[in-house]
Ligand binder design. Structure first.
Ligand code: GLY
Length: 396
């Protein structure tokens, strides 16, 4: 049985409804600014990758070793699909070689972020070009992700050795990793990937989302019994607060799972999470890094959470009934948030190594990427715009 959560009334309904639609000109201009930054960053990164977050608004250059490297390749694929300029495809294909090497040699892959990495770099490549190499890399990544399955408790373990009780937990972010598994079942006709993805999704919906529709970041299971233990944070402000990006991972993750499983009965959970998020936005409608904060807190915004939440609302739209009064509110909230990002969180002055989207937070507790750009913020911002300019065969 699907649990019930609170679905709050959307408080800024009138403000969102009064938002003008984004025009084709606005969207095109914003996407073309993204291309300008990508062109500079291609020269700057060459065949290497940006570090997850900027330092003083410049990306350090790294090898393909982080959980975030797929976002850059995903941006190259979006740029290629928009322009059909071969230069983007050439670099994206070089990246695919690097991703195949990484998975064949199991380089820095002992975690669950295989979906973030391989959906955007290799599933995308396969969908766009039919590359068998990309397909092989993505299927190997799906097999690697399957290794994190814990039968007791029915979840994919996020981090750490599988036999270590202190790591017996999953995190809300994994909602974005499991589309890789659904895709793997479609490609292989082997249901095992989908079975695991669906069970993980159901476990997540049961435990990592609270009754008020906010999300824990992480949730521990009892390693002996597989029974639910407790929620805790790693990147949120505290165990009881709602980390903005975690909330966004839920807002995007639920409709992605609905797309693959047809379980439209989860839409109320989506609505609960989305309304909770929308009701805690500050004046400019770009969230602070934890939803416990608002204007006057002196804390930083997380523009990346805003961009990911917009993508989630766009993904969910076809699953909402036409007579659902919130459907049009979400549509206009997307326009409102995205316009705020375009006008106040991007720049028309570009230098090599800059982000596209400014003012994100990677990890406040460890002081990484606080009030900096991050590469997934750049990616989701582009995806949100692209989706509204073109028909998109989703990479997820
Ligand atoms: N998935 C890790 C993060 O959102 O920072």
């Amino acid at each position: 049985m699907i649990r019930k959560v609170t679905v709050e009334e959307i408080q800024k309904k009138d403000e969102f409804l009064a938002t003008p639609e984004l025009t084709k000109e606005e969207l095109t201009k914003a996407f073309e600014e993204c291309l300008k930054q990508i062109d500079l960053n291609m020269e700057y990164f060459k065949d290497k990758f940006p570090y997850s977050a900027t330092k003083q608004n410049k990306y350090p250059i790294i090898e393909n070793i982080e959980w975030t490297d797929g976002f850059w390749t995903g941006m190259l694929w979006l740029a290629y699909e928009y322009t059909k300029d071969e230069k983007y495809r050439e670099l994206a294909e070089k990246n695919v070689d690097s991703f195949l090497h990484r998975v064949e040699n199991r380089i820095e892959l002992d975690h669950h972020d295989l979906g973030f990495l391989y959906s955007l770099s290799c599933v995308s490549a396969y969908k766009i070009t039919g590359s068998e190499k990309a397909k092989r890399a993505a299927l190997l990544a799906a097999d690697k992700l399957m290794e994190r399955w814990q039968e007791k408790g029915e979840f994919l373990q996020a981090w750490g050795p599988k036999d270590s009780p202190e790591h017996y937990r999953f995190i809300i972010d994994c909602m974005l990793n499991i589309p890789l598994l659904y895709w793997a079942s479609q490609m292989t006709n082997d249901p095992k990937y989908k079975t695991v993805a669906k069970k993980h999704f159901e476990t997540s919906c049961k435990y990592v989302i609270r009754d008020d529709a906010s999300a824990f970041h992480t949730f521990y299971m009892d390693p002996l019994t597989g029974e639910p233990s407790h929620g805790a944070t790693r990147q949120g402000y505290n165990d009881d607060s709602s980390w903005a990006r975690g909330q966004a991972w839920g807002i995007y993750g639920i409709p992605l799972n609905i797309r693959y499983t047809g379980q439209t009965e989860y839409i109320d959970l989506y609505k609960g999470m989305t309304n909770y998020f929308l009701n805690r936005l500050p004046q400019d409608n770009v969230c602070y890094w934890d939803l416990i904060f608002n204007d006057g807190s002196g804390q930083s915004k997380d523009s990346s959470a805003a961009a990911a939440a917009v993508c989630g609302m766009l993904e969910a739209d076809p699953f909402l009934a036409d007579n659902d009064p919130d459907k049009v509110v979400y549509h206009k909230a997307c326009a409102n948030i995205l316009r705020s990002l375009m006008n106040n969180y991007t720049s028309t002055e570009h230098e090599p190594g800059n982000p596209i989207l400014y003012h994100g937070v990677y990890s406040w507790h460890s002081g990484k990427g606080v009030d900096e750009g991050n590469i997934w913020g750049d990616y989701y911002y582009m995806e949100a715009i692209y989706r509204q300019l073109k028909q998109w065969n989703s990479y997820w």
